[in-house]
Ligand binder design. Structure first.
Ligand code: ATP
Length: 218
């Protein structure tokens, strides 16, 4: 069985996370996806919602979706003072589970293009496969030759590779284009514009109830 982790800030979780992930699961035959909310390094913009609120919204979003679970290892209390580096999470997962089991890390095309800014990014594939969801506005190829060569070297179009090998491949999924970002949602709320169709209704109610992301209501 291939374990799949889907890391993100989820500030808030939205359909751009959920719909592509569901389609990806269908395409390659995943039975479980663990959403992995992260802790942000102190020098980066912090999430606007608290860690608990991001977690509560994730719980509401997946309530009726048994495909998803939540992995809190990056936001558990002892980690709260440190940034979460994906590579460290993957190393830890391998220490706990060994190297025979399949592990995949899901990300959007924008995250793939930003990989050269990630800690020890070229070693990610020593631990997992990367499953890439399409994202509107982000090109399939990059001018960064080092990154493009790395992608070309490791890409597979054969789903069987993902199941037969425990790590090492990059797979571009044929996921639906969802034109939404958490930034856009936060901006819409702050500008009192509609955003209801961009995320699950329960999450919308939660944001509304707690007056999240609205500077005027703080
Ligand atoms: P922000 O706007 O605050 O930067 P975001 O909408 O990109 O947030 P994150 O929680 O940072 O959301 O993203 C988590 C993961 O989900 C990343 O790998 C990102 O590429 C992916 N993702 C987010 N939105 C989409 C989308 N609309 N389509 C495909 N992938 C997405």
């Amino acid at each position: 069985m291939l374990t799949a982790l889907f890391g993100g800030t989820f500030d808030p979780v939205h359909y751009g996370h959920i719909h592509p992930a569901i389609a990806l699961a269908k395409e390659i035959g995943l039975t479980q996806i663990s959403l992995l909310p992260n802790q942000i390094p102190p020098h980066k913009p912090q999430p606007e919602a608290t860690t608990e609120q991001r977690l509560e919204m994730l719980n509401l979003a997946i309530e009726d979706l048994p495909l998803f679970s939540i992995d809190t290892r990056e936001i558990s209390s002892e980690k709260l003072m440190r940034p979460s580096y994906t590579i460290e999470t993957l190393e830890k997962w391998r220490k706990e589970n060994g190297y025979q089991k399949g592990l995949a890390f899901i990300m959007g095309q924008d995250s793939l293009l930003s990989l050269p800014t990630w800690h020890k990014w070229q070693t990610l594939l020593d631990y997992c496969h990367l499953l890439i969801c399409r994202r509107p506005g982000y090109a399939e190829k990059t001018d960064d030759m080092e990154l493009q060569n790395w992608i070309d070297t490791h890409q597979t179009t054969n789903i069987k590779d993902l199941h037969d090998c425990p790590f090492g491949y990059i797979f571009f999924a044929h996921t639906p284009l969802e034109n939404v970002s958490a930034t856009e949602i936060r901006q819409n709320i702050n500008n009192e514009q509609n955003y209801k169709n961009l995320l699950p209704t329960k999450v919308w109610h939660y944001i509304h109830q707690h007056a999240l992301y609205n500077a005027k209501k703080k």
